[in-house]
Design a protein around this ligand. Structure first.
Ligand code: SF4
Length: 353
Protein backbone atom coordinates (compact mmCIF):
# COMPACT_ATOMS: atom_id res chain seq x y z
CA UNK A 1 0.00 0.00 0.00
CA UNK A 2 1.46 3.45 -0.86
CA UNK A 3 2.49 5.69 2.02
CA UNK A 4 1.66 9.36 2.58
CA UNK A 5 4.90 10.06 4.40
CA UNK A 6 7.36 11.05 1.70
CA UNK A 7 4.86 13.12 -0.31
CA UNK A 8 5.27 16.89 -0.23
CA UNK A 9 2.41 19.38 0.03
CA UNK A 10 2.01 19.68 -3.76
CA UNK A 11 1.80 15.90 -4.10
CA UNK A 12 -0.69 15.69 -1.23
CA UNK A 13 -2.82 18.41 -2.83
CA UNK A 14 -2.86 16.44 -6.08
CA UNK A 15 -3.84 13.31 -4.14
CA UNK A 16 -6.71 15.16 -2.43
CA UNK A 17 -7.97 16.45 -5.77
CA UNK A 18 -7.84 12.97 -7.31
CA UNK A 19 -10.08 11.93 -4.43
CA UNK A 20 -12.56 14.69 -5.30
CA UNK A 21 -11.47 16.96 -2.43
CA UNK A 22 -10.40 20.60 -2.42
CA UNK A 23 -6.64 21.08 -2.79
CA UNK A 24 -6.29 22.60 0.68
CA UNK A 25 -7.07 19.17 2.15
CA UNK A 26 -3.57 18.25 1.01
CA UNK A 27 -2.17 21.13 3.10
CA UNK A 28 -4.06 19.80 6.09
CA UNK A 29 -2.65 16.30 5.62
CA UNK A 30 0.87 17.75 5.29
CA UNK A 31 0.41 19.60 8.58
CA UNK A 32 -0.75 16.42 10.34
CA UNK A 33 2.11 14.38 8.92
CA UNK A 34 5.06 16.73 9.25
CA UNK A 35 4.16 19.35 11.87
CA UNK A 36 2.19 17.21 14.31
CA UNK A 37 3.85 13.90 13.39
CA UNK A 38 0.65 11.85 13.68
CA UNK A 39 0.80 8.21 12.66
CA UNK A 40 -2.93 7.51 12.32
CA UNK A 41 -5.68 8.75 10.00
CA UNK A 42 -8.11 8.81 12.90
CA UNK A 43 -6.18 11.72 14.45
CA UNK A 44 -6.58 13.90 11.33
CA UNK A 45 -9.84 15.21 12.69
CA UNK A 46 -10.30 18.21 10.40
CA UNK A 47 -10.60 15.94 7.34
CA UNK A 48 -14.12 14.82 6.34
CA UNK A 49 -14.90 11.40 7.77
CA UNK A 50 -15.58 9.72 4.36
CA UNK A 51 -12.27 11.06 2.98
CA UNK A 52 -10.37 9.74 5.98
CA UNK A 53 -12.06 6.36 5.56
CA UNK A 54 -11.11 6.22 1.85
CA UNK A 55 -7.51 7.18 2.62
CA UNK A 56 -7.36 4.43 5.19
CA UNK A 57 -8.42 1.91 2.54
CA UNK A 58 -5.93 3.09 -0.08
CA UNK A 59 -2.88 4.38 1.83
CA UNK A 60 -0.88 3.97 4.98
CA UNK A 61 0.74 6.83 6.88
CA UNK A 62 4.09 5.07 6.64
CA UNK A 63 5.66 5.59 10.06
CA UNK A 64 7.98 2.83 11.27
CA UNK A 65 7.39 1.24 14.66
CA UNK A 66 9.88 1.55 17.50
CA UNK A 67 11.41 -1.84 18.35
CA UNK A 68 13.97 -0.66 20.88
CA UNK A 69 14.61 2.65 22.55
CA UNK A 70 17.81 3.37 24.43
CA UNK A 71 18.48 6.52 26.43
CA UNK A 72 21.92 7.58 27.54
CA UNK A 73 22.66 9.48 30.72
CA UNK A 74 23.80 12.37 28.50
CA UNK A 75 20.34 12.59 26.86
CA UNK A 76 21.21 10.74 23.64
CA UNK A 77 18.23 8.75 22.37
CA UNK A 78 18.81 5.80 20.06
CA UNK A 79 15.91 4.07 18.32
CA UNK A 80 15.81 0.82 16.42
CA UNK A 81 12.92 1.14 13.97
CA UNK A 82 11.04 -1.65 12.24
CA UNK A 83 10.04 -0.99 8.63
CA UNK A 84 7.06 -2.41 6.70
CA UNK A 85 9.12 -5.25 5.17
CA UNK A 86 10.69 -6.34 8.45
CA UNK A 87 13.96 -4.47 7.82
CA UNK A 88 15.39 -2.49 10.72
CA UNK A 89 17.30 0.80 10.88
CA UNK A 90 18.81 2.92 13.58
CA UNK A 91 18.36 6.60 14.23
CA UNK A 92 19.80 8.77 16.98
CA UNK A 93 18.72 11.98 18.71
CA UNK A 94 21.54 14.09 20.13
CA UNK A 95 20.63 16.95 22.47
CA UNK A 96 23.25 19.71 22.78
CA UNK A 97 23.18 22.92 24.81
CA UNK A 98 22.17 24.96 21.76
CA UNK A 99 20.41 22.48 19.48
CA UNK A 100 18.74 19.11 19.07
CA UNK A 101 20.21 17.01 16.29
CA UNK A 102 19.00 13.80 14.64
CA UNK A 103 21.28 11.39 12.79
CA UNK A 104 19.36 9.63 10.01
CA UNK A 105 20.03 6.35 8.19
CA UNK A 106 19.66 6.31 4.40
CA UNK A 107 20.07 2.60 3.65
CA UNK A 108 19.39 -0.73 5.36
CA UNK A 109 22.99 -1.77 5.93
CA UNK A 110 25.74 -0.32 3.75
CA UNK A 111 27.70 -1.63 0.75
CA UNK A 112 30.87 0.39 1.44
CA UNK A 113 32.07 -2.02 4.13
CA UNK A 114 34.34 0.24 6.19
CA UNK A 115 36.30 -2.06 8.46
CA UNK A 116 35.74 0.05 11.60
CA UNK A 117 31.94 0.31 11.19
CA UNK A 118 29.37 -2.11 12.59
CA UNK A 119 26.96 -1.22 9.77
CA UNK A 120 29.57 -1.80 7.11
CA UNK A 121 30.24 -5.25 8.48
CA UNK A 122 26.58 -6.22 8.35
CA UNK A 123 26.20 -6.02 4.55
CA UNK A 124 23.62 -4.17 2.45
CA UNK A 125 19.90 -4.89 2.02
CA UNK A 126 18.16 -1.94 0.32
CA UNK A 127 17.79 1.81 -0.03
CA UNK A 128 15.39 3.69 2.23
CA UNK A 129 12.66 5.89 0.80
CA UNK A 130 12.47 9.62 1.53
CA UNK A 131 9.44 8.95 3.74
CA UNK A 132 11.38 6.36 5.74
CA UNK A 133 14.14 8.92 6.32
CA UNK A 134 11.80 11.71 7.41
CA UNK A 135 9.94 9.17 9.56
CA UNK A 136 13.13 8.65 11.57
CA UNK A 137 13.26 12.36 12.45
CA UNK A 138 9.59 12.31 13.46
CA UNK A 139 10.14 9.22 15.62
CA UNK A 140 13.10 10.80 17.42
CA UNK A 141 11.09 14.01 17.79
CA UNK A 142 8.33 12.07 19.47
CA UNK A 143 10.79 10.31 21.80
CA UNK A 144 12.47 13.62 22.62
CA UNK A 145 9.15 15.33 23.28
CA UNK A 146 8.24 12.80 25.95
CA UNK A 147 11.49 13.64 27.68
CA UNK A 148 11.00 17.37 27.12
CA UNK A 149 7.56 17.19 28.75
CA UNK A 150 9.09 15.42 31.73
CA UNK A 151 11.83 18.03 32.09
CA UNK A 152 9.57 20.92 31.11
CA UNK A 153 11.75 22.20 28.27
CA UNK A 154 11.52 22.39 24.49
CA UNK A 155 13.30 19.72 22.46
CA UNK A 156 12.51 20.42 18.80
CA UNK A 157 14.88 18.81 16.32
CA UNK A 158 16.51 21.65 14.40
CA UNK A 159 19.56 19.91 12.89
CA UNK A 160 19.63 16.70 10.83
CA UNK A 161 22.68 14.80 9.63
CA UNK A 162 22.35 12.09 6.98
CA UNK A 163 25.14 10.19 8.63
CA UNK A 164 23.58 7.05 10.06
CA UNK A 165 23.56 3.64 8.40
CA UNK A 166 24.30 3.68 4.68
CA UNK A 167 25.95 5.87 2.05
CA UNK A 168 23.50 8.74 1.36
CA UNK A 169 24.79 9.57 -2.12
CA UNK A 170 24.27 5.97 -3.28
CA UNK A 171 20.61 6.75 -2.60
CA UNK A 172 20.80 10.22 -4.11
CA UNK A 173 17.21 10.94 -5.21
CA UNK A 174 15.56 9.77 -1.99
CA UNK A 175 18.11 11.54 0.20
CA UNK A 176 17.64 14.80 -1.67
CA UNK A 177 13.87 14.48 -1.47
CA UNK A 178 14.12 13.84 2.28
CA UNK A 179 16.28 16.96 2.64
CA UNK A 180 13.65 19.05 0.84
CA UNK A 181 10.84 17.53 2.92
CA UNK A 182 12.70 18.28 6.16
CA UNK A 183 13.31 21.81 4.97
CA UNK A 184 9.92 22.73 3.48
CA UNK A 185 7.49 20.50 5.34
CA UNK A 186 9.09 19.93 8.75
CA UNK A 187 10.66 23.41 8.82
CA UNK A 188 14.34 22.67 9.43
CA UNK A 189 16.69 25.21 7.86
CA UNK A 190 18.63 23.91 4.86
CA UNK A 191 21.81 25.23 6.50
CA UNK A 192 21.13 22.87 9.39
CA UNK A 193 21.11 19.78 7.19
CA UNK A 194 24.30 17.78 6.56
CA UNK A 195 24.74 15.08 3.94
CA UNK A 196 27.67 12.79 4.46
CA UNK A 197 29.44 10.71 1.84
CA UNK A 198 32.30 8.25 1.73
CA UNK A 199 33.45 10.15 -1.38
CA UNK A 200 31.31 9.42 -4.46
CA UNK A 201 32.85 11.89 -6.88
CA UNK A 202 30.09 12.12 -9.56
CA UNK A 203 27.42 12.58 -6.89
CA UNK A 204 29.46 15.25 -5.05
CA UNK A 205 29.63 17.12 -8.36
CA UNK A 206 25.91 16.62 -8.93
CA UNK A 207 25.12 17.87 -5.42
CA UNK A 208 27.33 20.90 -6.03
CA UNK A 209 25.22 21.77 -9.07
CA UNK A 210 22.07 21.75 -6.94
CA UNK A 211 23.58 24.77 -5.13
CA UNK A 212 21.81 24.00 -1.88
CA UNK A 213 22.89 25.57 1.38
CA UNK A 214 23.33 22.25 3.15
CA UNK A 215 26.66 21.01 4.47
CA UNK A 216 28.66 18.32 2.70
CA UNK A 217 30.59 16.03 5.05
CA UNK A 218 33.16 13.73 3.46
CA UNK A 219 34.27 10.68 5.42
CA UNK A 220 37.93 10.61 4.46
CA UNK A 221 39.54 8.60 7.29
CA UNK A 222 42.88 8.28 5.45
CA UNK A 223 45.07 10.73 3.52
CA UNK A 224 46.43 8.19 1.01
CA UNK A 225 44.76 5.84 -1.48
CA UNK A 226 46.61 2.85 -0.10
CA UNK A 227 45.46 3.30 3.48
CA UNK A 228 41.98 4.35 2.40
CA UNK A 229 41.48 1.21 0.35
CA UNK A 230 42.35 -0.87 3.43
CA UNK A 231 39.92 0.99 5.69
CA UNK A 232 37.14 1.57 3.14
CA UNK A 233 37.34 -1.37 0.71
CA UNK A 234 34.14 -0.37 -1.09
CA UNK A 235 35.54 3.04 -2.03
CA UNK A 236 38.46 2.32 -4.34
CA UNK A 237 36.90 3.78 -7.51
CA UNK A 238 37.99 7.35 -6.79
CA UNK A 239 41.35 8.51 -5.54
CA UNK A 240 41.77 10.88 -2.63
CA UNK A 241 42.96 13.51 -5.13
CA UNK A 242 39.76 13.15 -7.19
CA UNK A 243 37.62 13.46 -4.06
CA UNK A 244 39.43 16.61 -2.95
CA UNK A 245 39.04 18.09 -6.44
CA UNK A 246 35.28 17.43 -6.34
CA UNK A 247 35.15 19.14 -2.93
CA UNK A 248 36.82 22.23 -4.41
CA UNK A 249 33.99 22.25 -6.97
CA UNK A 250 31.41 21.90 -4.20
CA UNK A 251 32.82 24.94 -2.41
CA UNK A 252 32.97 26.91 -5.66
CA UNK A 253 29.28 26.28 -6.49
CA UNK A 254 27.80 26.53 -3.00
CA UNK A 255 30.22 28.78 -1.07
CA UNK A 256 29.77 26.29 1.75
CA UNK A 257 32.62 24.95 3.85
CA UNK A 258 33.16 21.20 3.51
CA UNK A 259 33.61 19.02 6.58
CA UNK A 260 36.05 16.11 6.54
CA UNK A 261 35.29 13.32 8.97
CA UNK A 262 38.37 11.44 10.14
CA UNK A 263 37.99 8.43 12.42
CA UNK A 264 41.23 7.98 14.37
CA UNK A 265 42.35 4.36 14.80
CA UNK A 266 45.23 3.67 17.14
CA UNK A 267 48.45 2.97 15.23
CA UNK A 268 46.66 2.89 11.85
CA UNK A 269 45.89 6.41 10.63
CA UNK A 270 46.65 8.58 13.69
CA UNK A 271 50.37 9.32 13.29
CA UNK A 272 52.02 12.69 12.75
CA UNK A 273 52.97 11.68 9.18
CA UNK A 274 49.30 10.97 8.35
CA UNK A 275 48.32 14.34 9.88
CA UNK A 276 50.95 16.12 7.77
CA UNK A 277 49.73 14.35 4.62
CA UNK A 278 46.14 15.29 5.48
CA UNK A 279 47.12 18.93 6.05
CA UNK A 280 48.88 18.88 2.69
CA UNK A 281 45.91 17.61 0.68
CA UNK A 282 43.45 19.95 2.42
CA UNK A 283 45.62 23.01 1.88
CA UNK A 284 43.74 25.84 0.16
CA UNK A 285 40.31 24.25 0.55
CA UNK A 286 37.56 25.95 2.57
CA UNK A 287 37.05 23.09 5.01
CA UNK A 288 37.27 21.90 8.53
CA UNK A 289 38.32 18.54 9.92
CA UNK A 290 36.21 16.69 12.44
CA UNK A 291 38.30 14.17 14.37
CA UNK A 292 36.47 11.18 15.80
CA UNK A 293 38.14 8.77 18.16
CA UNK A 294 37.13 5.26 17.16
CA UNK A 295 34.12 4.09 19.16
CA UNK A 296 35.01 0.44 19.88
CA UNK A 297 32.68 -2.21 18.48
CA UNK A 298 32.65 -5.72 19.85
CA UNK A 299 35.08 -8.11 18.18
CA UNK A 300 36.99 -5.34 16.38
CA UNK A 301 40.78 -5.39 16.40
CA UNK A 302 40.85 -1.58 16.22
CA UNK A 303 41.26 0.66 19.24
CA UNK A 304 40.85 4.39 19.89
CA UNK A 305 44.18 6.25 20.11
CA UNK A 306 45.47 7.54 23.44
CA UNK A 307 44.57 11.18 24.09
CA UNK A 308 48.10 12.48 23.46
CA UNK A 309 48.14 11.03 19.92
CA UNK A 310 44.82 12.71 19.18
CA UNK A 311 46.22 16.00 20.52
CA UNK A 312 49.39 15.66 18.41
CA UNK A 313 47.31 14.91 15.28
CA UNK A 314 45.12 17.90 15.95
CA UNK A 315 48.07 20.22 16.51
CA UNK A 316 49.62 19.32 13.15
CA UNK A 317 46.38 20.25 11.36
CA UNK A 318 45.89 23.44 13.35
CA UNK A 319 49.43 24.60 12.80
CA UNK A 320 48.76 24.20 9.07
CA UNK A 321 45.80 26.58 9.42
CA UNK A 322 43.06 23.96 9.26
CA UNK A 323 40.11 24.37 11.59
CA UNK A 324 39.60 21.26 13.69
CA UNK A 325 36.81 20.01 15.90
CA UNK A 326 36.77 16.83 17.92
CA UNK A 327 33.53 14.92 18.06
CA UNK A 328 32.52 14.56 21.68
CA UNK A 329 31.65 11.00 22.49
CA UNK A 330 27.93 10.67 23.09
CA UNK A 331 25.85 7.83 24.40
CA UNK A 332 28.83 5.82 25.63
CA UNK A 333 26.56 3.90 28.03
CA UNK A 334 24.32 2.68 25.18
CA UNK A 335 25.06 0.97 21.82
CA UNK A 336 26.06 4.34 20.39
CA UNK A 337 28.24 3.39 17.42
CA UNK A 338 26.34 3.21 14.12
CA UNK A 339 25.01 -0.32 13.56
CA UNK A 340 25.61 -1.63 17.08
CA UNK A 341 22.03 -1.57 18.30
CA UNK A 342 20.76 -3.25 15.15
CA UNK A 343 23.31 -6.03 15.40
CA UNK A 344 22.55 -6.61 19.04
CA UNK A 345 18.83 -6.80 18.24
CA UNK A 346 19.48 -9.15 15.31
CA UNK A 347 21.59 -11.31 17.58
CA UNK A 348 24.17 -11.54 14.85
CA UNK A 349 27.10 -10.47 16.97
CA UNK A 350 29.96 -8.85 15.15
CA UNK A 351 32.49 -10.13 12.70
CA UNK A 352 36.05 -9.20 13.44
CA UNK A 353 37.43 -6.99 10.65
S1 SF4 B 1 31.16 4.27 7.90
FE1 SF4 B 1 29.41 4.96 6.65
S2 SF4 B 1 30.06 4.46 4.53
FE2 SF4 B 1 31.40 3.26 5.88
S3 SF4 B 1 30.33 1.27 6.09
FE3 SF4 B 1 29.68 2.57 7.83
S4 SF4 B 1 27.75 3.49 7.12
FE4 SF4 B 1 28.83 2.73 5.28
Amino acid sequence: MPTLLGLNTDELRALAQREGQAAYRGDQIATWLYKYGVDSFSLMNNLPEPFRARLEQSHQVGRAHVITEQRSKDGTVKLLLGLHDGATVETVGLPYADRMSCCVSTQVGCPIGCVFCATGLSGFARNLTAGEMVGQVLAVQEAAEVKAMASNRSNRIDHVTFMGMGEPLLNYEATLKAAHLLNREVGIAMRHLTISTAGLVPEIRRLAQEQLQLTLAVSLHAPTDELRSQLMPGMTTWSVAEIIEACHEYVMWTRRRVTFEYCLLDGINDGVAAAQELAHILHGLNCHANLISFNPIGGSRYRPPPRERVTAFREVLESAGIQVTQRVERGSDIDAACGQLRQRADGTGLVSP
